[in-house]
Design a protein around this ligand. Structure first.
Ligand SMILES: Cc1cc2nc3c(=O)[nH]c(=O)nc-3n(C[C@H](O)[C@H](O)[C@H](O)COP(=O)(O)O)c2cc1C
Length: 91
């Protein structure tokens, strides 16, 4: 869409998704928004995976630290996120 107002929103733990989101943001001339949980996840990877697995199993949607201001103003939104605790990841 020509002259579209575009937002790239992303979630990351270790930064890979941030790199891709930044590349996309620059290429599209878009805004950039980092999705952060209100309560940070554990630093420890295994504890983080266990929490993410529990949250997925309980359909828990973590509260966010901040929401996009006026999301309705955007014509296109790109959402970037890492794979987290997909079912086959279970021990
Ligand atoms: C909590 C958690 C759960 C994850 N679960 C999976 C998984 O089920 N399958 C998989 O292939 N990778 C899994 N990963 C690996 C991430 O998808 C991968 O490291 C990704 O590149 C992280 O992106 P980021 O650097 O933007 O955080 C998991 C990582 C975390 C932190």
């Amino acid at each position: 869409m020509k002259n579209a107002k575009i937002l790239v929103a992303y979630l990351t733990r270790s930064g890979n998704t941030r790199v891709i989101a930044g590349t996309l943001q620059r290429a599209l001339g878009a805004g950039l928004f980092e999705i952060r949980p209100a309560r940070p996840y554990p630093e420890d990877h295994e504890l983080h995976v266990a929490q993410a697995t529990r949250e997925r199993d309980n359909s828990f949607e973590p509260p966010l630290a901040e929401k996009v201001a006026n999301i309705a103003a955007y014509d296109e939104i790109y959402l970037g996120f890492p794979v987290w605790a997909k079912p086959c990841h279970r021990p």
